[in-house]
Design a protein around this ligand. Structure first.
Ligand code: MF3
Ligand code: CO
Length: 264
């Protein structure tokens, strides 16, 4: 296990900037979600906004085994958990949910955030899935205190999610983020309190519960990227990049206002 990178003042300032850009992009594409829009429309809006803000997508060309990720954003609909590839064939319908994941690099530093949005009116169970996953993220962040351990974040998320009858994905985990998209530590959304690495000031952590309405099992589609639930149940994903400090966790992925709204 390699050491968890601690960011100094300069690194923190650069992480702040990268994360603000990532959040501004996510915030910019979220309002475009509505029935009739394709996931490719959202991708193109994201791609253009990333460029307009002077950043680069950390997903585009990202290498995993022999494959390179072909888009600037990850857009996952319904039973797709994460890493869905945007497509002009995928038209959003009333009652769908769509997870938007934006990871950008700016000046060498990376910001990572995600959210899940309802398309039109969703069923009460799916609405509850979104609320519980969002709140699980908040509870996880609240555990990112200096002196706590990574397992405190994991356990808080898992306990809350399972108490509401949903399940946490096991195959993918949150992670440290900084000069690379994935740094130590791994931050599972399941685990036990008082276990794992100790949290110190200056860590930047991508905390990201992925929660399924049904069972926790996932599989990868033949495209090599898209993770889906095995039972076909819908899945939600919320993510922030968080800085640990002596006075508590600070969410870095906070949007800035953009001058002109974008449209599709
Ligand atoms: N937020 C995703 C992650 O941490 C971003 C993946 S980019 C991709 O895994 F290229 F791998 F899709
Ligand atoms: Co992430």
């Amino acid at each position: 296990m390699s050491a968890i990178p601690i960011k100094d003042k300069t690194g923190i300032a650069k992480m702040r900037e990268a994360c603000a850009i990532a959040a501004t992009v996510l915030d910019g594409i979220k309002p475009l979600v509505r029935p009739g829009v394709t996931t490719q429309d959202l991708e193109e809006a994201g791609r253009d906004l990333i460029a307009a803000l002077g950043a680069r997508s950390a997903c585009y060309g990202y290498q995993h085994g022999p494959r390179r990720y072909p888009a600037h954003t990850c857009i996952s609909v319904n039973e797709e958990v994460v890493h869905g590839i945007p497509s002009f064939r995928r038209v959003l319908r009333d009652g769908d949910i769509v997870s938007l994941d934006v990871v950008i690099e700016h000046d060498g530093w990376i910001g990572d955030n995600a959210t899940t949005v309802a398309v039109g009116a969703v069923s009460p169970a799916v609405g509850n899935l979104l609320r519980v996953t969002r709140e699980a993220l908040d509870l996880g962040i609240r555990q990112a205190q200096v002196g706590h351990r990574i397992g405190d974040i994991s356990a808080a998320i898992q306990e809350f999610v399972e108490r509401h009858g949903f399940s946490v994905v096991r195959e993918m985990v949150g992670h440290g983020v900084g000069l690379s998209m994935h740094e130590p530590p791994e931050i599972p959304n399941f685990g036990s309190r008082h276990t794992g690495a100790k949290i110190r000031p200056g860590m930047t952590l991508a905390i990201e519960p992925m929660v399924n309405l049904g069972g926790y099992r996932t599989r990868t589609l033949a495209d090599g990227w898209t993770h889906v639930t095995v039972d076909g149940s819908p899945s939600a994903h919320f993510e922030h990049t968080v800085l640990t400090t002596d006075h508590g966790p600070e969410i870095l992925t906070v949007p800035r206002s953009v001058s002109a709204p974008i449209t599709v």
